[in-house]
Design a protein around this ligand. Structure first.
Ligand code: NAD
Length: 247
């Protein structure tokens, strides 16, 4: 019997990075894990690596009809949910002065609206004692360069952890946030030029009290802790950032 046997988890953005590492941790512990994401190929590869405990559903979290379809799949294939990891997100960096409306809308549609309606649509399927974990970011309490839209979106998410906690508490459901510092998941390389990504990474390492990036597995352990073990914690945000927001 694994630690998470008989548990059902749903992880948005579970095909790669932090979401995948969390899916792996939970599936290895015996949980049935449903991962979502936008890319069919990424999801197929992830499901194959995760093994027989994993299911994958393609969908865009900014689309309410995709979220309705996800809720139907969850209902049909898992029934109830013990852990919901609201992790899908994009990290477009843009200087305040040249941010376009398109970039602003895309970031908020995915990171804010997507998270809000993921919780709303899946809330009816959460079992008593379930844990919801939102992925925020250290950016929501720091004045990082080129991060104004991303940081504002993550601050909105941090606020939702409190509001959702209040509304779901009568059903015994806890809602918390995990706030990663810099984690090298390849996301930066996909959203920036190679040169900009290298410069950004070097700056983050130099700034960090531990002088290194975190690993997806370190964030995954915190997310699993908040979802399953932190039974007297709700509305909180847990920083996993090498001390970046504390020291
Ligand atoms: P990643 O790009 O590997 O993972 C993001 C996942 O979200 C991908 O699987 C992607 O398919 C999915 N996704 C993006 N937009 C989506 C949409 N519209 N619909 C459905 N799925 C969508 O990057 P990651 O670093 O693992 O990021 C995971 C989360 O962690 C994000 O919310 C990110 O903002 C947050 N975060 C990352 C870092 C870091 O340094 N990597 C730091 C702080 C917070």
């Amino acid at each position: 019997m694994g630690k998470y046997s008989d548990k059902n988890a749903v992880i948005t953005g579970g095909g790669s990075g932090i979401g995948f590492a969390t899916a792996e941790l939970l599936a290895d512990g015996g949980a049935r894990v449903m991962i979502t994401g936008r890319s069919e190929a990424t999801l197929d590869a992830a499901r194959e690596r995760l093994g027989r405990n994993a299911l994958a559903v393609r969908g865009d979290v900014s689309s309410l009809s995709d979220l309705d379809a996800l809720a139907e799949r969850v209902k049909g294939e898992l029934g109830t949910v013990d852990a919901l990891f609201v992790n899908a997100g994009i990290a477009t960096l843009t200087p305040f002065g040249s941010t376009t409306e398109e970039t602003y809308d895309e970031l908020f549609a995915t990171n804010v609206k997507g998270a809000y309606f993921t919780v709303q649509k899946l809330a009816p399927l959460l079992g008593e004692g379930a844990g919801v974990v939102l992925t925020t970011s250290v950016a929501n309490v720091m004045g990082l360069l080129d991060s104004s839209v991303y940081a504002a979106g993550k601050a909105a998410l941090r606020s939702m952890a409190r509001s959702f906690s209040r509304e779901l508490l009568p059903r015994g459901i806890r809602v918390n946030a995990v706030s990663p510092g810099p984690v090298d998941t390849g996301a930066l390389d996909r959203t920036m030029t190679a040169e900009a990504a290298e410069r950004f990474k070097a700056e983050r390492v130099a700034d960090n009290p531990m002088r290194r990036f975190g690993t997806p597995e370190e964030i995954a352990r915190a997310a699993a802790f908040l979802a399953f073990d932190a039974t007297y914690t709700t509305g909180a945000e847990f920083a996993v950032d090498g001390g970046a927001t504390q020291l």
